[in-house]
Design a protein around this ligand. Structure first.
Ligand code: G3D
Ligand code: MG
Length: 183
């Protein structure tokens, strides 16, 4: 039997960390839809299928909500959060301040607007470039903030991009042993 799920994911963080690039990298080459409604967000859609250890199949329709423009000042920001089942918070390894803002602003901003805790995955992006912040510092902050998982990614090379979305799906459904299968 196939279990069908819809997953709403949000992707947040400072401007120019690579949020849009990460989502585009993930949906490229598969069915996706990208449109720009007037509220200043992009909505990306991708379908994926997995088989679990016990032979059960899962089909996901992922909608990834990408905040556009001056992210932090967007008055509509909190409406994106509504109903989210998982969130990616993105920092730019070449700009230390983007992680400082995650620590001081984004995690709180998200958590205080959610009724129930949902998986939070930190993406330390632009791994292909020389960084301004060490992996150790990123991990220390993530641990202190009780973030579920940290991945070092590159939207440019695709490094750990699929892994990030698969990790998110596993966290959302609470099943660790799933393998991708054709739709
Ligand atoms: P945002 O959606 O968080 O605002 P974007 O960020 O996806 O628009 O990316 C901002 C800029 O960073 C873009 O460059 C983009 O190409 C670049 N970028 C994103 N991810 C990576 C990465 O992993 N590695 C490198 N080297 N660059 C990345 P431009 O020049 O188009 O503004
Ligand atoms: Mg963007």
């Amino acid at each position: 039997m196939t279990q069908i799920f819809k997953l709403k994911l949000c992707i947040i963080g400072e401007h120019a960390c690579g949020k849009t690039s990460l989502i585009k990298n993930f949906v490229e080459g598969a069915y996706s839809k990208d449109y720009r409604p007037t509220i200043g967000s992009n909505l990306f859609i991708k379908k994926l299928a997995f088989r679990a250890n016990d032979g059960e199949d899962y089909q996901f329709t992922i909608t990834a909500w990408d905040i556009a423009g001056q992210e932090r000042w967007q008055s509509m920001r909190h409406t994106y959060y509504r109903g989210a089942q998982g969130v990616f918070i993105v920092g730019d390894l070449t700009r230390k301040n983007t992680f400082h803002q995650i620590d001081k602003f984004w995690i709180d901003d998200f958590r205080k607007n959610m009724d129930t805790p949902i998986p939070i995955i930190l993406l330390a992006n632009k791994k292909d470039l020389d960084g301004e912040i060490s992996e150790e510092h990123v991990r220390e902050m993530a641990e202190r903030q009780k973030i579920d998982k940290v991945l070092f990614t590159s939207a440019k090379t695709g490094y750990h991009v699929n892994e990030a979305f698969i990790a998110m799906i596993k966290s959302c459904i609470g099943i660790d042993s799933i393998i991708p299968i054709p739709l």
